[in-house]
Ligand binder design. Structure first.
Ligand SMILES: Cc1cc2nc3c(=O)[nH]c(=O)nc-3n(C[C@H](O)[C@H](O)[C@H](O)COP(=O)(O)OP(=O)(O)OC[C@H]3O[C@@H](n4cnc5c(N)ncnc54)[C@H](O)[C@@H]3O)c2cc1C
Length: 500
């Protein structure tokens, strides 16, 4: 039997962050991954030698003193993960199709405020109040500061009021409200269901700057891999826990793996979907209330993604990294409703990739989708789907392609679809129960699975714990890491890393 201080289950950004944080604090760590390779949603995939992003396209928080900047600095991988800022206004654009209205999102908090005031004259006060409130929420959220981050909930008033209610209180202008709610695509929850506080925590960094990363999520994975090797952090792929045995006094003595191997550890931290955690834990040691709570979690929105290239490459074409969001209407609640029958929001991302000296104009378009859209085929697995599914997929690919070329008519004859992924593709590829993009729907007033679980040496972290997206997932790992390493040691470590 192998023994470790800590067993980290799941090797997405949450698992890798936690494994490294613990390893840097002198602990022996095993990182366990069900897939053949580490990285989870961060890992890119290749078709015809062209790299495509799976679940990481862009992020905020890179600016100096931004939470992502600080986390990467503490982990010692800041120099490996190079942001490519979307610095030109037109490179982050929102189009409300019904109104034929186009808005550009500049870089910088103050610049965004100023631009919005230009777009919406007469709404200056609402705009000032909104951005003041977003900033204020973040300054009062201890988790946004690595020195103060902790498991104690630190809920504030804005955790109990919805984004929708705040926006309706600020303005009657539907387009302005939709614009301010636009980044709900980055957490997949309706404005009526998300708290204003969580909306603010996700958006603050995005309003400051939006960046892609050179080499996408693979840049993170490469950096983590190098650090794991230096610190002797063990990695086991194609492995998952099939049993928790030798449980005494609510302490799991041994974790049995699918290969029959057994692991003993002081702490086991799950960074996987709460419903997957529930399946793994011994039911007889869980209360009905706990089981009911986890079963009641709903999925956040997911995506139907189309991955393609504009061919042949044309070095003269300004193919700067860009994000263009097509919103069919200004009703963001309806766009994030699984029951909606009208057109879905579509986010089109352009990026030039250079591989082996060859340059590609890569285009990815992700349309909001839900497990409900693929419910008819939910019992099938990748590579073995019924014929109706192929038809659904082709129809959706064709419709997305039409939207892309309507938006970029110059690529009508040169854009080629290389691959497509439905919510079911994401589900199976990422070993998630439903294929949602951001784990469980972070609803207002919901008590997430985070920190210590009903078994004493078992913890939960990951995107469903606290805040979705790569930044939120990493933050959850810092919080759980602090709890395991111990407050004093953690604080010394953070201070030393941030000041060095
Ligand atoms: C299409 C799409 C686009 C997105 N775009 C962005 C974006 O642009 N920016 C952004 O910030 N966020 C984006 N996200 C969300 C982002 O990918 C996630 O919030 C984040 O990567 C989650 O990280 P995680 O480590 O919590 O989970 P994951 O990345 O899902 O990692 C979980 C890992 O656990 C493994 N696993 C599952 N079950 C088990 C088990 N039983 N045993 C062992 N291992 C297991 C999985 O194989 C996986 O490797 C997107 C998501 C999707 C799907």
């Amino acid at each position: 039997m192998k023994k470790y201080d800590d067993l980290v289950v799941g090797s997405g950004i949450s698992g890798m962050t936690l494994a490294l944080l613990l390893g840097m604090n002198g602990r022996s760590v095993l990182l366990l991954e069900k897939s053949p390779r580490i990285g989870g949603s961060l890992a890119r995939f290749y078709r015809e030698g062209i790299p495509f992003d799976t679940g990481f396209h862009f992020t905020g928080g890179f600016g100096k003193n931004g939470i992502l900047h600080d986390m990467l600095t503490v982990l010692g991988i800041h120099d490996y993960v190079k942001p490519i800022y979307l610095s030109k206004e037109k490179n982050n654009r929102i189009i409300f199709e019904a109104e034929q209205a186009t808005y550009d999102m500049p870089t910088g908090y103050q610049e965004t405020i100023a631009k919005l005031k230009e777009y919406f004259p007469g709404e200056e006060q609402a705009i000032d109040w909104y951005f003041e409130m977003v900033k204020d929420v973040c300054s009062r959220t201890v988790a946004m500061d690595l020195r103060k981050i902790s498991l104690s909930p630190n809920l504030i008033d804005e955790d109990f009021v919805s984004l929708d209610d705040v926006l309706k209180g600020l303005t009657d202008n539907c387009t302005l409200r939709a614009f301010l709610a636009a980044y709900s695509m980055c957490y997949g929850v309706k404005p009526a269901e998300v708290s204003f506080a969580n909306h603010s925590r996700v958006c603050f960094g995005l309003y400051q700057s939006v960046a892609r990363v050179k080499d996408g999520g693979d840049a993170f994975i490469k950096a983590f891999r190098e650090c794991f090797a230096e610190l002797d952090i063990a990695i086991m792929c194609d492995r998952y826990i099939t049993g928790c045995v030798d449980i005494r006094n609510k302490h799991v003595g041994r974790f049995v793996l699918n290969t029959g191997e057994e692991i003993s550890c002081t702490h086991c931290i799950f960074t996987i979907h709460p419903k997957e955690i529930l399946k793994t834990l011994p039911q007889e040691h869980l209360s009905n209330a706990f089981v009911d709570r986890v079963n009641a979690f709903e999925p956040s929105a997911g995506f139907f993604s189309v991955f393609g290239v504009v061919e042949p490459d044309d070095p003269a074409d300004d193919f700067d990294p860009s994000i263009l969001s097509l919103f069919p209407t200004t009703d963001v609640n309806s766009m994030l409703d699984p029951g909606t029958t009208s057109a879905q929001a579509l986010v089109i991302m352009k990026n030039r990739e250079v591989v082996g000296g060859r340059s590609y104009r890569v285009m990815n378009a992700s349309e909001i989708s839900f497990p409900e859209h693929v419910a008819a085929w939910k019992d099938s697995r990748t590579g073995n789907r019924p014929p109706g599914y192929a038809e659904y997929k082709q129809k959706r690919v064709d419709s997305i392609r039409r939207r892309i070329v309507r938006t970029y008519p110059e690529y009508r004859d040169s854009f080629r679809v290389v691959e497509a992924a439905s919510v079911l593709t994401f589900r199976d590829y990422l070993h998630s129960p439903d294929g949602s993009a951001y784990g469980v729907k972070q609803k207002i007033g919901q008590f997430n699975l985070f920190g210590k679980l009903p078994l004493r040496n078992v913890y939960a972290a990951g995107q469903s714990s606290m805040l979705p997206g790569v930044v939120g997932a990493m933050m959850s790992s810092f919080i759980v890491g602090r709890s395991i390493v111990g407050k004093e040691k953690y604080c010394r470590f953070i201070e030393q890393r941030l000041c060095s």
